[in-house]
Write a protein that binds this ligand. Structure first.
Ligand code: MN
Length: 262
């Protein structure tokens, strides 16, 4: 089995190496990850400057390891397009330091890296744990079990899972729960300040920990469950089609008459 491992916390993050240490027992692992912290980089890719890569000494022996001066998405694109020869069986992003729930998936570098794997046609997992989690080994063991099950089964190759684990010892974890994304995971705020010379702003995100929807990822984590959310990359919104049909039918005509008036 061949597995590409990446993350958004940077190549020396503890979560990544806890994962690799376990995975290398069952697979040939290649690590291609950003050379520094890239959390909240989202789906950003570097197109306007060259990407530099360094082969670095792995923190687990005999694992081919590359540090990329770029984003998590850059790392996966570079890995699958050049550094890793042939196909991989799985792409795993993580283990991230911090949960990625609800709207987090739109800004998370961890999830974006898995998205790139999925867009390249490989089954991909994003794995995250609560900050300060002292049970990274549980997430790593879970990754092994899932990797074996996914590659041995006839599950569709376009599998893209966002997995989150509560900060609990194994005996206290309730169950593994299939979830949907919570629609509202944060309150977004802008804080203003002045450093004596200029004004500045901080984008502040405050996690909303309360939800009543028992099907969501936030609820699952609050209950002490493992949350597994199947994702897809298509943002197409079917229910809006009929609503927009009327609006669209006259649109070009209106545009033409508007242009005549300008
Ligand atoms: Mn991160």
């Amino acid at each position: 089995m061949k597995i590409l491992v990446t993350n958004d916390d940077g190549i020396f993050a503890e979560g990544l190496w806890t994962l690799v240490k376990e995975l290398r027992n069952i697979a040939r692992v290649t690590v291609v990850a950003p050379d520094r912290e890239q959390s909240a980089a989202g789906t950003s890719v570097t197109l306007w400057q060259p990407l530099r890569v360094r082969k670095v000494n792995p923190m687990v022996p005999e694992v081919e390891t590359y540090a990329v001066e770029g984003t998590p998405s850059d790392s996966v694109m570079l890995a699958l397009g050049n550094l890793v020869k042939g196909k991989v069986d799985l792409v795993i992003s993580g283990i991230n330091y911090g949960l990625n729930l609800g709207e987090d998936v739109y800004i998370s570098g961890t999830v974006a890296a898995a998205l790139q794997g999925y867009l390249h046609g490989f089954p991909s997992l994003a794995i995250s744990t609560a900050r300060g989690n002292s049970h990274l080994d549980i997430a790593a063991k879970l990754a092994i079990i899932l990797a074996q099950k996914i590659t041995a089964s006839s599950l569709p190759s376009n599998l893209f899972l966002n997995i989150n684990l509560p900060n609990l010892p194994l005996a206290e974890i309730g169950r593994a729960q299939i979830t949907k994304l919570a629609s509202k995971s944060h309150i977004n705020m802008v804080e203003e300040g002045n450093d004596g010379k200029r004004e500045y702003y901080w984008l502040v995100r405050q996690r909303q920990n309360k939800t009543t929807d028992k099907e969501t990822d936030i609820w699952a984590i609050e209950q002490g469950n493992i949350s597994i959310t199947p994702l897809l990359a298509n943002l197409f919104d079917e229910p809006s089609v009929s609503f927009l049909a009327n609006l669209c039918s006259e649109l070009l005509q209106e545009l033409k008459s508007a242009q005549g008036r300008l």
